[in-house]
Design a protein around this ligand. Structure first.
Ligand code: P6P
Length: 337
């Protein structure tokens, strides 16, 4: 059996894919991996905190108890600060982007956009949650990095990945040369290569969407759902509905089994709910690198030019045949409208 290959070994090995690399991106990915292991430890014992008697807002160490998503946010910012390879972080947990406060980082090459703990409302019910990250090269050449360095198109990403804290903890990432998945082996505290060269099936029978919003869905989405539910054994319909309420978990399952995840416009989210910079762009980069498709129903997610840090977008992402079918139905109605 081939030996264990850790995330660190893999990153260094793949650094050879980039002849001019000097190791900064490798160290940045390593820093994110380290923070993920720290977050994993806290996520895995989240339910225990109360049992351990951490009543109220103070835990047994006498530290103020933080909500897990704020804790995760702090861990990633701390790891990126000590790593020194990132100059600013855009995070779901902060209204503005966060300049990394260290002399080394001011001139660092990379920008990180991150959702430290997506789906964190699922923690209390022990459902998988995730971290989603996106890495850009800063565009400005001197002085402090600015918002313009963050508001880059998804096609400009240097790397993107997610961590899923589920039945096992996995880190999945791409640097534009395919997608690889690493499973955390707690006995050695290392992410180990478990899913090399991940590819999403071209077609699938799983659709992921919150059908509670059906009444306000665009007509093209309503038509797609009816298509998915009609019996037609030749095309393996009706499809199966699987919606966890945690984007990372839904998309990870669809990446492995095939499927489509849709979060369209709804009454509560007229521009879509999911964030472009640190949810849709990184997931779109990964899924495209795995052979899939990601759009807002009409346009490629990675081509959207960001204008605001926390802007939202509709998202249709997954197996090419399924996404294209949904896009065709969206186009039918937009042409008529
Ligand atoms: P709804 C979690 O809050 C999240 O950002 C995604 O992870 C998830 O897919 C979606 O929102 C769930 O949203 O409106 O269906 O509860």
């Amino acid at each position: 059996m081939a030996g264990i290959k850790t995330l660190g070994q893999f990153i260094i090995e793949k650094q050879l894919d980039f002849p001019y690399a000097k190791g900064e991106l490798s160290r940045l990915l390593r820093d994110i991996g380290i923070a993920s292991k720290i977050v994993n430890r806290e996520v895995n014992k989240a339910g225990l905190v109360d049992i351990l008697g951490d009543a109220g807002s103070v835990n047994i160490q006498g530290e103020e108890q933080k909500k897990l998503d704020m804790y995760a946010n702090e861990q990633f910012i701390s790891a990126l600060t000590s790593g020194g390879e990132c100059c600013i972080v855009a995070t779901e947990e902060e209204d503005e982007f966060v300049p990394i406060d260290s002399p080394v980082s001011k001139n660092a090459k990379y920008i990180v956009c991150i959702d430290p703990l997506d789906g964190s409302s699922n923690i209390d019910v022990n459902v998988a949650v995730g971290t989603i990250f996106s890495i850009y090269r800063r565009k400005s050449v001197d002085g402090d990095a600015t918002l313009a360095d963050v508001l880059q198109k998804g096609t400009d990403q240097v790397a993107a990945g997610y961590v899923i804290y589920g039945s096992s903890t996995m880190l999945v990432y791409t640097t534009g040369k395919g997608v690889n998945g690493f499973t955390l082996d707690p006995s050695i505290g290392e992410f180990c290569l478990s899913h090399p060269n991940m590819k999403i099936p071209d077609d699938g029978i799983i659709y992921s969407i919150n059908e509670g919003n059906y009444v306000h869905f665009p007509d093209g989405v309503k038509k797609y759902l009816k298509y998915a539910q009609v019996e037609d054994l030749a095309t393996k319909r009706p499809y199966t509905s699987r919606y966890i309420g945690s984007m990372v978990a839904d998309i990870h399952r669809n990446l492995i089994k095939g499927g489509i995840y849709i979060y369209p416009t709804t009454a509560a989210s007229p521009n879509g709910k999911l964030r472009l910079l640190y949810e849709c762009n990184p997931m779109a980069f990964i899924i495209e690198q795995a052979g899939g498709v990601a759009s807002d129903g009409f346009n490629r997610i990675l081509d959207i030019v960001p204008t605001e840090l926390h802007q939202r977008t509709s998202v249709f992402i997954g197996s090419p045949k399924m996404v294209k079918m949904a896009e065709d139905m969206m186009a039918e109605f937009s042409a008529e409208s």
